[in-house]
Design a protein around this ligand. Sequence first.
Ligand SMILES: C[S@@+](CC[C@H](N)C(=O)[O-])C[C@H]1O[C@@H](n2cnc3c(N)ncnc32)[C@H](O)[C@@H]1O
Length: 690
Amino acid sequence: MGRRAKNKQAAPQPLDSGPTPTSKSGKRKADDEDFGAPGPSKKLKDVSNKVKGQSTSKTGAPNGKGQPQKAQNEKKGKNKEVQSEDEEDVEDGSGWEDVDEEEIDLKAQAKSLFHDSDDEFPAFQGDLEEFEGEDENDEDDDEPLRGPVQEFDFDSDEEEDIQLISSKAKKSKQLERPAKIIPTTSDASDSDDSDEDEGGKVTMSNMEARSRALDEAAAAEAELDAEELRQAALEADDDDDDVDMDDDEEEGEGEFRLPTASEKEEEKAQGGPDVQTVQHRMRYCVRVLGNFKKRAEKGRSRAEYIEQLISDIASYYGYNEFLAEKLFQLFPVAEAIEFFEANEVPRPVTIRTNTLRTRRRDLAQALINRGVNLEPIGKWTNVGLQVFESSVPIGATPEYLAGHYMLQAASSFLPVIALSPQPNERVLDMASAPGGKTTHIAALLQNTGVVFANDANKARTKSLTANVHRLGCKNVVVCSYDGREFPKVMGGFDRVLLDAPCSGTGVISKDSSVKVNKSERDFTLLSHLQKQLILCAIDSVSPESKTGGYLVYSTCSVTVDENEAVVDYALRKRPNVKLVDTGLSFGREGFTRYRGKVFSPSVSLTRRFYPHVHNMDGFFVAKLKVERRSKSSSTAEDVKDTPMAGIENESKEDLTFDPDEDRAYIEKAKRRQMKAKGLRPPPREVSPES
Ligand SMILES: C[S@@+](CC[C@H](N)C(=O)[O-])C[C@H]1O[C@@H](n2cnc3c(N)ncnc32)[C@H](O)[C@@H]1O
C-alpha cells in the first residue's frame, strides 16, 4: 500500500510565512511509502516543519504521540479547532425519497454543512437565514497565496518513477504518479514529442512539449493503475507477486490476526491502538480482503475485516467512522486506501487565464519573467496553468491585481467547459460566489450576452462582485436569492450552471475539518436541498433556446447521495430532461448502480473526478438537456413534487422568460440610480390597473 512519494506541489496553506523551502522540500522519499511510514497527520506536520526548516522524526505516530489521529481529533474537538457535529441518527433518506415542497429548516442544521468547490473560498459555514448577518471577514475567497510556492525537482522524480514502476510494479498507484494533473490516454496518444528536453527550467519554448511529455507519462501510469486495480479485483492468488505480502512477512505480519471483542475493549480502555498496530492491521486487512478465501482466519467473516479496516482508517486518517465508511464504500478496498492517501496530499496550485484581459501565452511569459515556474495544465484546457514554484506571491502579482488570471482549482474548470456557453446567450449561475465559474462563463461569452450570478449568501456576493470587476466582466448581473426561488425570479435561460452547495468530500485535502464535521443528517439535508435546487435549475432553462437549453449540475463531493442520486431524481421528476455527454475528455463514469440502488442507465454519462486518479479535487459533473414539456410528460406527480409547485399551478405550461415582467424592476433601478446621482426621477407612470 503506497504512501504518496510525489508530494511535489506546494500546499496552498503553508505559503504564508517562513523561509523559502529547499528545492526538494515538497518531495517525499520513496522509503516513506508504506504504512510503516509516518501517518498522514504526521505527513502534514512534515510539510509545515519543512517549511519552517525543522527536522522531523520518521517513525512518529500521526499525532506525534504514538496515538492515531482519532484520539487527537477528540482533543481538537474540545479545543474547538475542528468543528464537530452532533451526529443524529437519521434514516438514510438519500436516493429515493421524494423532496418536500416545503423548504427544510436549514437553521436547524449545524455549521459547515455546505462546501465551496472553489479553492479560492473557504467552505460556506452557516445557514441560509444567517446570510445577512454574516461576518464580512468571510471574504477571503480570493485570498492571495502569500510567500513562495515550494520548489520541487521534477526531473529526478520522473527518473525515480521509472525505477519504482519497474521494481515495484504491484505497489502503490499513488506512489509513482507525477504531480501533473492527469489527462486521458487519448489526450496523450497523439503526442510525438516524447524525446523533448525535459531538463532545466520551463521556458515558453519547451513548455508545451514538457506538458505533452508529462501527459504521456501520466496517461501511461493511469493505464497501469487501471490494470493494477483490475488485478486487485481479481484477487491475485500468486503471493510471490505481492510486494506488500513480502513486506508483511519481513515484519512478522504472517502471524497478525484480527483482535477479539475483548482485545478491542482493552485497546479502547488504553486510549486506542498505537499507530504501528493500526498500520499493520490496515495492511493485513487489505491483504486478506484481496484474497479472502485464502488468507482469512477461520471463523472470521468478510464483514469483520471490513469493519476493522474502516475503524482503523478512521483513526489513522482522522475521520469520523461514519464518513470513513461512506467514502470507503465508493471504491474497491485497495483503491479506497489510495483515495484516503490522496486526501493527505495537497493538489496542484493552478490558475485560469482570464481571456478577457490577456492570452495564456502572454500571461505565462509575464509570470515566468517574475520568477514563476509554470506550465499548461493539460490539453483539456487552453486557459489553465499549473504553478510549480514562484519567487513572488502568486496571488498578489501585478497581473493578478490587473485581473489577468484567477486562482482556481483545475476541477473548477470542468463544469464550465461542460456548460460550454455560447456568445450572446443568457446564462444563470445559480450558486455562484465567489465567482470562479461565473467569470469563466463571462470570458467564454466574450463579454456578450448576460450572466446572472446568483448566490443565496449575500455576504459572499461581495467577493463575487469584486472578482467580476477585477476580471473585467461586463456582462454579469449579481443577485442574491435562494436558488429555490428560481424560476419565479426569472427564467428562460439558455444555460444554467448549478454548482451546488455540498459536503466538500472532494476537497478534504484543502479542508480537513470535513473529516470530522459531517454526519448522516448533513448528507440527508444536503441531498434534499440539492434535489430542490436541481428542479428549480431545470425549470429556469428555456427549452425554446435556439442555441442551448442545457443545465450543468456539479459538486465538489464524491458521495452518491449528492451526485448520481440527485441527477436520477431530477430525471424521474422531469421527464422532459435527459442526460447528455459532458464533452469532458476524461473522468470516470457515474455509478448506475450503487449499494442496491439502480439509477437510469444514462447516469453513466455523468463524470466523476478523483484526487487519487486525476490529481485534482474530487468532483462530479452532469450535463442535462431540457426539452419542451409535452402534455403527457408533465404528470400530476411532477406538480406535486416540484419545489416550485406554487408557480406551476399559476402558470404550469409557461415558464419562459417574459421581458415585460422585468419592466417594473428596471424602472425602479433607473430611479434609484438617478437619485444616487442627485437627480430627480420623473413622476411614476400610473398603470391602468392601479
Ligand atoms: C460550491 S459553492 C459555489 C462556488 C462557485 N460556483 C464558484 O465557482 O466560485 C456553493 C454556493 O452555494 C451557495 N448556496 C447555498 N445554498 C444556496 C441556495 N439555496 N441558493 C443559492 N445559493 C446557495 C453558497 O453560498 C455557496 O456560495
